[in-house]
Design a protein around this ligand. Structure first.
Ligand code: TYD
Length: 139
C-alpha cells in the first residue's frame, strides 16, 4: 500500500484481536483512533461504475476502514493525488481536514466504515474542487 500520504492523512495499523474462532478489531482511542468518535457511517451497496466522495471538509477528521471487499481511495491536498487500494479491515486511513477525497472501483461487496469526530454538517463540506484548490492555497 502507498504510504506517502498527504499531510493530515495517515495509515493506521489497527490491532486485530484474533483467536481460533476468528478476528475482531475494536476501534476506540485506546486502539489508535486519533479522536473521540462522534459519528459512524457505512458506505455499501455502491452501484457498479459509481464513484463517491468528491469533497473535502473544513474541519472534520475521519478514519475510513474498508471492512469488506475493496475500493480505491484518492487523497488530494490540492496539488498531489495519492491513490490507495483499500482491501484490508486492519488498515485505517485517517483523512484530515482540507483533504479532497474520492472513492472509485468499488467491488460489489465493498463496505467502508467511516468514523468521524463530529456530527453531519453540510456546512463543513467543500464540494467544488476549484474552490477547494483555491482554499488549500497549495497549487
Ligand atoms: P454523500 O456526501 O453524497 O456521500 P458520498 O460522500 O459517499 O458521496 O452523502 C449521501 C447522503 O447521505 C446525502 O444525502 C447526505 C447523507 N448523509 C447523512 O445524512 N449523514 C452523514 O453522516 C453522511 C456522511 C451523509
Amino acid at each position: 500500500m502507498e504510504r506517502n500520504l498527504p499531510k493530515g492523512c495517515r495509515l493506521l495499523a489497527l490491532q486485530v484481536k484474533g483467536d481460533q474462532r476468528g478476528s475482531l478489531i475494536p476501534l476506540e482511542r485506546a486502539t489508535g483512533v486519533p479522536f473521540d468518535i462522534a459519528r459512524v457511517y457505512f458506505i455499501y451497496g455502491t452501484q457498479p461504475g459509481v464513484s463517491r466522495g468528491f469533497h473535502a471538509h473544513y474541519r472534520l477528521r475521519q478514519v475510513a476502514v474498508c471492512v469488506a471487499g475493496s475500493c480505491t481511495m484518492i487523497l488530494d491536498n490540492g496539488r498531489d493525488r495519492t491513490e490507495l487500494h483499500l482491501d484490508q479491515p486492519d488498515h485505517g486511513i485517517e483523512i484530515g481536514p482540507m483533504i479532497w477525497h474520492e472513492m472509485h472501483d468499488f467491488s460489489a461487496d465493498c463496505v467502508v466504515v467511516v468514523l468521524a469526530d463530529g456530527p453531519y454538517d453540510e456546512g463543513d463540506y467543500i464540494r467544488d474542487r476549484a474552490e477547494f484548490v483555491e482554499l488549500a492555497g497549495i497549487g
